[in-house]
Ligand binder design. Structure first.
Ligand SMILES: C[C@](O)(CO)[C@H](O)COP(=O)(O)OP(=O)(O)OC[C@H]1O[C@@H](n2ccc(N)nc2=O)[C@H](O)[C@@H]1O
Ligand SMILES: Nc1ncnc2c1ncn2[C@@H]1O[C@H](COP(=O)(O)OP(=O)(O)OP(=O)(O)O)[C@@H](O)[C@H]1O
Length: 287
């Protein structure tokens, strides 16, 4: 597929979709303490937006304010610097981030922002890194980054970097954010977390026999999550995404999903989104 050239003089606006983990099993632990997972990642047609403008002076600047995230630790800035170092590019970029995905929500916002920056700058700077090279670079920034660069619904193993395409039926999702943020590291380090779920065979696994192994731990530590889960479970098969705090439930039609979302209790954020089979920037990089 040939893509039209980008005009480097113009700002480029790209999406950074949210993800949900349809299930998440913890099956072991690496010697460095990182957990071995089996999970199914699915993107949503809703998320953040990143604006990029190429610079000729090599500087990487964040042009928008992200409350609680200083520019130097923002994954968009770190992703751009990592690509600069790996490719030797002399270019820089102004990077704006429109955050919609709640932080510490288990929806992979920071990882998706980083992946979109890698995919877009690889093209805007003409670096020519392959998909696998970008995935390897992304893994150093966060465990969920390789999935977004892989760019389609995936069965993932390892720490989330060993990815295979997974076919899942179309669905609309209600996503609820309780008024709390859950730090991923705190849940992975919890004593009560089980780390010995039996390994699944990807072919023909039964979705109803899966779960999110972090959900019970998060529900005890954060009663707001338990309360939101109980509320959403009245209407569908509700589950937590990633390390929380967000919950989701699938529905066949947009109408059903919107009806549920309309009755969400005051103070909780809610979104309706469709499962997205391909990342909008998937074709921006060659395999
Ligand atoms: C929960 C998931 O979102 C599932 O998709 C991911 O596994 C977490 O991905 P993430 O937020 O990108 O996490 P990272 O920023 O890479 O790691 C945050 C912290 O969680 C712990 N961590 C993370 C991933 C993993 N497989 N095992 C871990 O023990 C590590 O202490 C790490 O310092
Ligand atoms: N661009 C960014 N967007 C969001 N968070 C960022 C960004 N850059 C750095 N961070 C930091 O990363 C942390 C995790 O953010 P993120 O939204 O990816 O987590 P999460 O939703 O819990 O994801 P996960 O599904 O990986 O658990 C934030 O609390 C924040 O401190």
């Amino acid at each position: 597929m040939t893509l039209p050239d980008l005009d480097p003089a113009q700002p480029l606006c790209v999406p950074a979709p949210a993800k949900i983990n349809l299930f998440l099993h913890i099956v072991g632990r690496r010697p460095d303490g990182y957990h071995l997972l089996q999970t199914a990642f699915r993107m949503l047609d809703w998320g953040d937006e990143i604006t990029l403008q190429r610079r000729d002076d090599g500087l990487i600047l964040r042009t928008s304010d992200v409350p609680g995230v200083p520019a130097e630790s923002d994954l968009v800035v770190r992703a751009a610097r990592a690509l600069q170092a790996a490719s030797g590019s002399r270019f820089g970029a102004d990077i704006g981030v429109l955050k919609r995905i709640p932080m510490g929500g288990g929806l992979g916002g920071g990882s998706s922002d980083a992946a979109s920056v890698l995919l877009a700058l690889n093209r805007l700077w003409g670096c020519g890194l392959s998909r696998q090279a970008l995935q390897d670079l992304g893994l150093k920034l966060g465990a969920d980054v390789p999935f977004f660069i892989f760019g389609e619904t995936a069965f993932a193993e390892g720490v989330g970097e060993a990815l295979r395409p997974l076919a899942v039926p179309p669905a609309w999702y209600v996503v609820v954010a309780p008024p709390v943020s859950v730090p991923t590291a705190e849940i992975f380090s919890a004593k009560e977390l089980t780390r010995d779920t039996e390994i699944l065979i990807m072919q023909g696994f039964a979705a109803h026999k899966t779960r999110n192994d972090m959900q019970a731990v998060v529900c005890v530590k954060y009663p707001e999550v338990a309360e939101s889960l109980e509320w959403l479970s009245q209407y569908g098969d509700a589950r937590m995404s990633g390390s929380g705090a967000c919950l989701f439930a699938p529905f066949d039609t947009e109408g059903q999903a919107r009806q549920v979302a309309a009755s969400v209790p005051l103070g909780w954020k809610v979104w309706v989104a469709r499962g997205l089979d391909r990342h909008p920037l998937k074709d921006w990089v060659a395999d």
